[in-house]
Design a binder for this molecule. Structure first.
Ligand code: SF4
Ligand code: SF4
Length: 164
C-alpha cells in the first residue's frame, strides 16, 4: 500500500525527483524500516539510509553531494523490498551519486580504484605477474596478455577525463 507523495519538498528533493532513480523520493515517510533492514547500517556507525533521505528532503544539497555516505550503499535492495511506500533508497542514492559525479565529488577510494583499472586494463594485473603468469607458462600458454593501454586511455579521456 502506498501513500500520496508529500509536499512541499526541498529544491534538492525536487531536483533529484527529476532524475532517473529519484522519482519516488517524495513518498518517503521516514519510517526507518530501510535503516533497520540495511546490512551496511548494521556494520557502520555512520550509514543510515533513512537519515540520508531526510537530509535530501530538507534540502542539504551541498552536504549530501560532498559526502562519502551516499557511496556506502551496495545496492542490495533489501530496503526496497521492505519499504511500504515503494521507495528505493538504492535508486535515490544512485541519482545522488550521478549528480555528485557531475559536480566533481567522487570519494578518493572510487577514484583510485578506477585509476587502477584504467592503468592496468584489468584490476588483477599485479597479481597476474606473480600467479597466473607462472601457471600459464607451465601450461605452455602465451604469458603476454597484451594489455590494451591504448583502449583504456581512450576510455579515460572520453568518459572520465574530468573526474580522475
Ligand atoms: S525509504 Fe521507505 S523504508 Fe526508508 S524511511 Fe522512507 S518510507 Fe521508510
Ligand atoms: S540497497 Fe543500500 S540502503 Fe538499501 S539495504 Fe542495501 S545497502 Fe542498504
Amino acid at each position: 500500500m502506498t501513500s500520496e507523495p508529500h509536499s512541499p519538498s526541498s529544491a534538492f528533493a525536487l531536483e533529484l525527483s527529476d532524475l532517473p532513480g529519484g522519482e519516488l523520493l517524495s513518498r518517503c515517510i521516514q519510517c526507518g524500516i530501510c535503516t533497520a533492514t540495511c546490512p551496511v547500517s548494521s556494520v557502520s556507525d555512520i550509514y543510515r539510509p533513512r537519515k540520508l533521505i531526510q537530509k535530501i528532503l530538507i534540502g542539504k544539497r551541498e552536504e549530501v553531494l560532498k559526502s562519502d555516505i551516499p557511496w556506502f550503499c551496495m545496492t542490495c535492495r533489501m530496503c526496497e523490498d521492505r519499504c511500504q511506500e515503494d521507495v528505493s533508497p538504492a535508486d535515490i542514492f544512485q541519482a545522488v551519486r550521478h549528480l555528485a559525479v557531475q559536480e566533481g565529488h567522487v570519494p578518493e577510494i572510487f577514484r583510485s580504484t578506477a585509476r587502477l583499472v584504467l592503468d592496468d586494463g584489468w584490476i588483477l594485473k599485479d597479481s597476474y605477474s606473480d600467479f597466473i603468469e607462472d601457471d600459464r607458462e607451465d601450461l605452455g600458454l602465451d604469458t603476454d596478455l597484451h594489455w590494451n593501454s591504448e583502449f583504456t586511455e581512450r576510455v579515460r579521456k572520453r568518459y572520465l577525463g574530468g573526474i580522475l
